[in-house]
Design a protein around this ligand. Structure first.
Ligand SMILES: NC(=O)c1ccc[n+]([C@@H]2O[C@H](COP(=O)([O-])OP(=O)(O)OC[C@H]3O[C@@H](n4cnc5c(N)ncnc54)[C@H](OP(=O)(O)O)[C@@H]3O)[C@@H](O)[C@H]2O)c1
Length: 103
């Protein structure tokens, strides 16, 4: 509504596109893109940042809300406990790469 260009970063592209369509239904001027991001995967985090940078958009606000809570014990693709990988490592890595501008 304020004219921001919003990137929805999600592992579930179908759900993200549905969210995008729901927003566009209420505001057909909304600028929204969907990019794939699996926060539990360090490769996915790197790929997301590269794709975002290629868009040449400014990064003004980063909302790190995605997370899991008390999921059954499982390991991420990188062999790290899933809740720790998702809630801590993934978002910290993403924020660090953005801050350090190392792409
Ligand atoms: N609800 C509470 O009472 C509460 C309390 C304290 C803290 N929190 C924290 O607040 C945040 C949001 O909670 P919520 O209740 O809204 O949770 P939620 O309904 O389970 O939503 C979590 C979102 O995170 C996404 N997500 C999970 N793992 C992901 C991954 N590896 N990569 C990308 N996206 C991923 C999920 O995507 P999918 O659609 O793909 O599953 C989902 O959209 C979480 O970090 C949670 O730990 C919640």
């Amino acid at each position: 509504m304020r004219g921001a260009h919003v990137i929805i970063a999600a592992r579930n592209i179908k759900a993200a596109n549905e969210a995008k369509q729901a927003i566009l239904k209420n505001n057909d001027n909304a600028k929204i893109d969907v990019l794939e991001l699996d926060l539990s995967s360090l490769n996915s985090v790197n790929a997301f940042v590269h794709t975002f940078k290629a868009l040449n958009l400014p990064l003004n606000i980063l909302i790190n809300n995605a997370g899991v809570m008390f999921c059954p014990y499982q390991l991420s693709q990188d062999g790290i406990e899933m809740q720790f990988a998702t809630n801590h490592l993934g978002r910290s890595l993403m924020s660090l790469i953005f801050l350090l501008k190392k792409f």
